[in-house]
Design a binder for this molecule. Structure first.
Ligand code: BT5
Length: 264
């Protein structure tokens, strides 16, 4: 991220305060701390490099200086939105998907339920939504998004849960990090106007990968196999087992993998 460019670049978006850092442990952790000062909605934290980026279930998220896009956006969900808080991950994933489609309409961009974005079947982006609470009342929501843009952002580590991709390998010409950031924020803010309507849900659902395919759903060590038949109105995953039984998995608590993929 070029330090001299960002403020100007994002001028046309209705953002709150925007803070850029060359290095942070995690933009989500810093944004959650920032929430205690009640920054205005759509305040944004961007880091060129994260040293302790994380995903769901405390998994590590790898981000490289100069190549990864790592940012966190602060929101204050309305009471209606709070009823479907877990769907904000879907909102973010759809915003990323539409941003990538805008760079290259013919590229195969899909969402791996609930919130990973796949390019040609490989993960190029992860979303992590985290909230703060005072007793039962929501303090605010942080939407953290990590995108592999340049080649060095694609982790080479052997223990990835799913194959990884980066935009530079899949999109020609490859977009710059600053263009990707702008496009995602713009899509996210626009999509929120139809969130969480049936129209929003249908746009998310039509981009879901592995629909009507055999998959494994993991919840910790517990694994369930079946056919991914679709999602309920609240985004929960519907799985049909061999015996015809239909199971429902709540958004956010479990992970999906294609069956027999050899992946963990
Ligand atoms: C995610 O978790 O995919 C959410 C990642 C969110 C990262 C952003 S960056 C800005 C903000 N600040 C943070 O600290 N986090 C957010 P999950 O579905 O649990 O997937 C994590 C798994 O993805 C790891 O266990 C690895 O297998 C894999 N992984 C890690 N880094 C990756 C990368 N750069 N590209 C592709 N896969 C990766």
């Amino acid at each position: 991220m070029q330090q001299e460019e960002p403020a100007h670049l994002l001028d046309d978006l209705p953002l709150g305060e925007v803070r850029f850092f060359s290095e942070l442990p995690s933009t989500n952790t810093s944004a959650l701390e920032w929430l205690s000062q009640k920054p205005v909605e759509y305040s944004l934290l961007v880091a060129d490099r994260q040293t302790a980026g994380h995903g769901r279930f405390h998994r590590a998220w790898h981000a490289a200086a100069g190549a990864s896009l790592s940012f966190s956006l602060i929101l204050y969900p309305s009471p209606i939105e709070q009823d479907v808080l877990a769907l904000f991950s879907a909102l973010a994933a759809l915003a990323v998907t539409q941003a990538l489609e805008s760079f290259h309409p013919s590229t195969a961009v899909q969402i791996k339920w609930p919130n990973d974005v796949l390019l040609d079947g490989k993960k190029c982006c992860g979303v992590l939504c985290e909230a703060t609470w005072q007793a039962d009342s929501l303090g605010g929501l942080v939407i953290g998004i990590g995108v592999n843009v340049g080649r060095r952002s694609r982790p080479l580590v052997q223990d990835l849960l799913f194959p990884a991709a980066c935009l530079q390998d899949a999109l020609d010409p490859p977009p710059q990090r600053r263009e990707v950031l702008h496009a995602i924020l713009q899509n996210l803010i626009e999509l929120r106007e139809i969130f969480p309507s049936p129209l929003f849900l249908s746009q998310w659902q039509e981009r879901l990968a592995f629909l009507n395919q055999a998959v494994t759903i993991s919840n910790g060590d517990q694994k369930t196999e079946g056919v991914f038949t679709g999602t309920a109105a609240n985004g929960d995953l519907l799985l049909r087992q061999k015996n015809g039984r239909q199971l429902v998995f709540p958004l956010g608590d479990v992970s999906l993998r294609p069956l027999d993929s050899g992946m963990k």
